[in-house]
Design a protein. Structure first.
Length: 636
């Protein structure tokens, strides 16, 4: 039996006596949802390294005797030094962590989570700068990808796995094929991230240390590695030492994989096995797992029940024969597939996917959050760039957590402007495609509630009319339910041409807007704080089409009763309620957070040309208020 005496745990020296605490920024990023984050980050990196499809990833729990874990004594000693340093500084959080680590290192067997992938290229070496293996183990702030369209690049996401280790120690082993010789090669190394400390010889050490051959080298001969660390096939394995085992860890990993990779699984690109095969995620099991009460309970425990339910709805969009699919071509992205499923009670949400992984439901940094779809039927939509060109473009815009997109991540102004052009074109194409399948067309309809303005209720209902089983045409009575009191008023425009319109004010007649007895509706200026503006009255409110913008534009006309800085919100007027319309451009007013900011003069006609973030050709309502902080100035 090999003793593995050559394997050590080497800490970096700390000549400058820098103070590095336990709260490593990369690890702390994933503390809130450690199991879900680990599953997502590991899966996307394995999918990136695909050699054949489907990529298979196994999550298995090992229980190892201490004698089978080389350099465990060195880790135990380092933990004791770190605990003493934490006690010296009085950091309660660090004390609790290292005390828990001490208990783990004294309680046999050692729990180890092994995550192994298959049908992948492995981590290409050798162990020197510029290779994927070196980037994973020793890279910081560098990006080494298998391809331009890759899902991962061993950036900040590689730290997620440390968040499920009570020892903050992870080992890696890989088999990769040398392109020059065609030979399969083995590499294994590990890393621990503790805190800076001083050993019993008075030598200062930094927080990071490396497990392997002294000094700081990987194991290259499989015979020098413990048997449980070896591999037979090309691919990569991770070993989380001191795995923080919880009762439902399998289901916490399962819900995250379903939530983020349902598209890749359904396409046959990736499969998962968890807990020795107790949970298998494949195309055949997707539907049943989305309904599994244990998986649902795990998502709920992580406060991700809404996100999990939304993933289930997007999965239904992918598989439903009733869903409608269009392919649009965007310059800079190539072909983009947009699939729309229309059904009652769907949340009107968009899901953007790249390389089989869910990225985001919003393009807010490109002017569209996809949060408002006025006058649309209920739906969900799945958007997938089809080409490698499109995947590579999206990848460059992703934040480190791969859950948001921004052009500001690009290095120069020209690239930023080009990205904005491309993504705005994508946002517009998504909206137009969704609209073509979901937009509701109304033709000369009016809510019965609105007709109550023209009828009075008869409070005295005689019982005589109930005596006969048949109404007398000469004496028939029409009973109108008393009109419900209004809780708010808006200035509404009757519209011109195709714009249509309604009058929401209580006073019938030719003049739109609130009547003399109405109380103005409180208005939020859109600054994020309520009560910043006081509602005012408008006269002669009109809106007409803006031909240059088509369904995206409208000209708004009104005459205010007061002078001041007016904050104007536009709403799509529905039959039962209204939805806010986000404004992205205007002439005659400034645009602030989707609202209009306009200098109004009492008694003078205001004219504003607006551009919406989404096409809309229905009736409009205006909510207008004068900012309180400028009211005194205007009165003076």
């Amino acid at each position: 039996m090999t003793t593995h005496k050559s394997i050590t745990l080497d800490f970096l020296s700390n000549e400058a006596d820098e103070d590095e605490g336990l709260g490593d920024a990369g690890i702390e990023t994933f503390r809130d949802r450690p199991y879900a984050s680990t599953a997502r980050e590991i899966a996307q990196n394995s999918r990136d390294a695909a050699d054949n499809l489907p990529v298979r990833i196994n999550f298995d729990l090992l229980e190892l005797p201490f004698a089978q874990v080389p350099a465990l004594d060195a880790l135990r000693k380092a933990n004791a030094f770190c605990l003493q340093k934490a006690r010296d500084t009085g950091d309660a959080k660090e004390i609790a962590h290292f005390e828990q680590a001490q208990r783990v290192l004294e309680t046999e067997p050692l729990k180890v989570l092994r995550i192994s992938d298959y049908n992948t290229l492995g981590l290409k070496g050798p162990a020197k700068s510029g290779t994927p293996f070196h980037s994973l183990i020793k890279g910081s702030g560098v990006s080494v990808k298998q391809s331009e369209a890759s899902g991962g690049s061993f950036g900040i996401g590689k730290n997620a796995v440390f968040a499920i280790s009570d020892l903050q120690t992870v080992l890696y082993s890989t088999i990769w094929q040398d392109a020059e010789t065609g030979q399969k090669k083995f590499l294994a190394q590990g890393k621990a991230v503790l805190r800076s400390h001083t050993d019993d010889a008075g030598k200062n050490h930094r927080a990071a240390s490396y497990w392997g051959i002294h000094p700081f080298l990987p194991i290259e001969n499989p015979a020098d590695a413990p048997e449980w660390l070896r591999r037979e096939e090309v691919g990569t394995s991770l070993f989380v030492l001191g795995f923080r085992e919880t009762e439902n860890w399998q289901h916490r990993i399962a819900y995250a994989l379903l939530e983020n990779f349902f598209y890749a699984v359904n396409e046959g690109e990736i499969e998962f096995s968890i807990g020795g095969g107790s949970i298998v995620i494949s195309r055949a099991s997707l539907a049943s797992l989305f309904e599994d009460p244990h998986v649902i309970a795990a998502a709920d425990a992580d406060d991700h029940d809404d996100e999990f339910a939304l993933a289930r709805q997007h999965y239904q969009c992918v598989i439903s024969p009733d869903a409608r699919e269009d392919t649009v071509k965007i310059k800079g992205l190539g072909d983009v597939r947009i699939r729309v499923h229309v059904a009652d009670d769907l949340p009107k949400k968009v899901c953007i996917i790249r390389n089989g992984m869910v990225i985001t439901d919003s393009l807010e940094n490109f002017g569209d959050r996809f949060s408002r779809f006025a006058m649309h039927r209920d739906f969900v939509a799945v958007v997938v760039p089809v080409t490698k060109e499109g995947s590579a473009f999206i990848k460059r815009l992703e934040n480190p957590r791969h859950d948001g997109l921004s052009a500001e991540r690009l290095p120069d102004v020209a690239a930023v402007n080009e990205a904005r052009r491309v993504m705005k074109a994508l946002a517009k194409a998504i909206r137009e495609t969704i609209r073509s399948h979901t937009f509701i067309q109304f033709d000369n309809e009016m809510s019965v509630d609105e007709m109550r303005d023209y009828f009075s209720a008869d409070a005295d209902q005689s019982d005589k009319s109930k005596k006969s089983g048949q109404d007398d045409p000469a004496t028939v009575r029409y009973t109108v339910e008393p009109r419900r009191p209004r809780t708010e008023t808006r200035a509404a425009a009757p519209g011109k041409g195709n714009a249509g319109g309604t009058t929401r004010g209580p006073t019938p007649g030719p003049n739109p807007g609130p009547g003399p007895g109405d109380k103005p509706r409180p208005h939020n200026s859109g600054t994020g704080k309520s009560g910043n503006a006081r509602a005012i009255r408008l006269q002669e409110v009109r809106h007409i089409p803006l031909p240059a913008k088509g369904a995206y534009g409208r000209t708004i006309l009104f005459t205010p009763d007061e002078t001041g800085t007016a904050i104007i919100t536009l709403e799509a007027s529905g039959l039962s309620d209204s939805e806010e319309l986000r404004v992205v451009g205007a002439t005659g007013a400034d645009v602030v957070n989707g609202h209009l900011r306009h200098q109004a003069q009492a008694g003078e006609r205001s004219r504003i040309e607006v551009e919406f973030s989404e096409p809309y050709a229905g009736p409009l309502e205006l909510r207008v208020g004068i900012e309180k902080n400028v009211e005194a100035v205007h009165e003076a």
